[in-house]
Design a protein around this ligand. Structure first.
Ligand SMILES: Nc1ncnc2c1ncn2[C@@H]1O[C@H](COP(=O)(O)OP(=O)(O)OP(=O)(O)O)[C@@H](O)[C@H]1O
Ligand SMILES: [Mg+2]
Length: 418
């Protein structure tokens, strides 16, 4: 049914739908509420109300229970399942049964008939106050989550800075050593040059080979000959490391595309491992078991980068928790990729503390966390699920054993190029 006669609402006004098969009751309720400036609309049964609700947003629905077509309880259930409106039920008789029935179906309040205008207004105001409180809470939760996200990004960047600083430190030491050695060699060279110009075999004093031998401190030269190539190799290695970190950061933060593109997931995983290195390297060895023949996945790389990063950081935290009650010095994090039929599977395993039975069903809930403030906001797995399931039509599951570890499996559909 289409409702072309719906009023056009002012978006800032509170909107209330009054549902009752008896026109006098509808009028009574409307008269009580209109002076407050609320926008009012009417329906005479549950069916009509639900179709109006599907077409237009309402803050509150005030509904009778016993009505033709769809009754109030059915309407309340449907609203609770699909719509954001709060429901106040109007009912002739409230006993324990009908209370359970109405509130169990999802109404947030009820008023017993007959009621006066003041009473219904009070209920509406209370519901509106609660809505506002909920909205404020959600807003502050979001702000908090956002600020904690920045905080954790900040923590990660401190780790990345550390990862870059370490090679910079030994590059600096090595270059200083190479510089000193070069100066020494240069001095020797210039001595040799002057000797070859002035010395003759028949001149008095030590012979030319003796002069050269005494000038050269053989130990020093041997040391330089041995150490300089090492210092040069190490320096090049350090520069390579820094280049990899910077590239991983760049690819990670700006994968270049915001939509789905064919992507080398192995490379995404390597990048996530590099930029999170400081989070796990002291507590775990990270093993990459990546299928080098893995087909490219048709996905949004920026979103999946975020998922892999969160799974690695979670694994690191779980291992670190387990080490507190273990004698072993380090745990293990393993990431395996493989093609499984028409799926690409990424498995992230850890030898961490495992997920306790009583929180297994909650870990994907937004804001569910067992970590202290600053360490986790409880968004990682909620985002991971939404990215994998909603945005990529994939699956995310886990297997866990307490005290032994956890494996998260991500499966993405294999979409072959045309
Ligand atoms: N590998 C794991 N081992 C054990 N528990 C885990 C593991 N991964 C997640 N959990 C549990 O699930 C909870 C939710 O994880 P999620 O990644 O959503 O949030 P978080 O890590 O607490 O915070 P955030 O990811 O927002 O920084 C964690 O607090 C932890 O209790
Ligand atoms: Mg997390």
């Amino acid at each position: 049914m289409s409702n072309n006669n719906l009023p056009v609402f002012n978006s800032n006004q509170v909107r209330i739908l009054i549902v009752d098969d008896e026109p006098p009751i509808r009028k009574l309720v409307a008269r009580a509420l209109e002076p407050e400036g609320y926008e009012i609309c009417f329906a005479s049964d549950g069916e009509e109300a639900f179709s109006i609700l599907l077409e237009s947003f309402f803050d509150i629905v005030i509904t009778d229970i016993v009505m033709p077509k769809m009754d109030g309880t059915e309407l309340i259930k449907k609203i609770a399942e699909y719509l954001p409106a709060d429901v106040i039920a109007m009912t002739g008789r409230i006993d324990e049964y009908s209370y359970d029935h109405i509130v169990g179906a999802g109404a947030c309040d009820f008023v017993q008939k007959p009621f006066g205008p003041g009473e219904i207004l009070l209920r509406v105001k209370r519901v509106l106050r609660e809505r506002q409180l909920k909205e404020d809470l959600l807003k502050s939760h979001k702000e908090l989550a956002q600020s904690q996200k920045f905080e954790s990004l900040g923590q990660l960047s401190a780790g990345i800075a550390h990862e870059i600083n370490t090679p910079i430190q030994y590059i600096a030491d090595n270059v200083a050593f190479i510089k000193d050695s070069f100066q020494d060699l240069n001095e020797i060279l210039s001595h040799l040059k002057s000797l070859s110009g002035s010395a003759r075999n028949d001149s008095p004093g030590p012979s030319l080979p003796d002069q050269i031998r005494s000038m050269l401190n053989m130990d020093d030269l041997e040391y330089m000959a041995e150490e300089m190539p090492k210092a040069i190799d190490q320096t090049l290695e350090g520069i390579r490391n820094i280049r990899n970190i910077v590239k991983a950061m760049k690819d990670f933060a700006h994968p270049g595309k915001t939509e789905h593109v064919y992507t080398d997931l192995n490379q995404c995983i390597k990048n996530a491992a590099i930029i999170s290195k400081n989070e796990w390297k002291y507590i775990a060895d990270l093993v990459l078991d990546l299928d080098e023949t893995l087909p490219e996945a048709f996905c949004n790389p920026g979103e999946l980068n975020q998922v892999f990063l969160n799974l690695i950081i979670n694994a690191g935290h779980a291992v670190s928790d387990q080490l507190k009650c273990d004698s072993s010095p380090k745990g293990k994090i393993k990431i395996k990729t493989q093609k499984l039929g028409n799926w690409i599977e990424i498995a992230v395993s850890d030898t961490g503390a495992g997920i306790p039975e009583d929180i297994k069903s909650k870990i994907f809930n937004p804001f569910f966390t067992t970590k202290e403030i600053g360490k986790g906001t409880g968004q990682g797995l909620a985002i991971a699920r939404s990215v994998v399931v909603d945005r990529h039509k994939g699956e995310i599951e886990f297997e866990t054993a307490q005290g032994k570890g956890t494996t998260f499996f991500i499966r993405l559909p294999l979409i072959t190029r045309e």
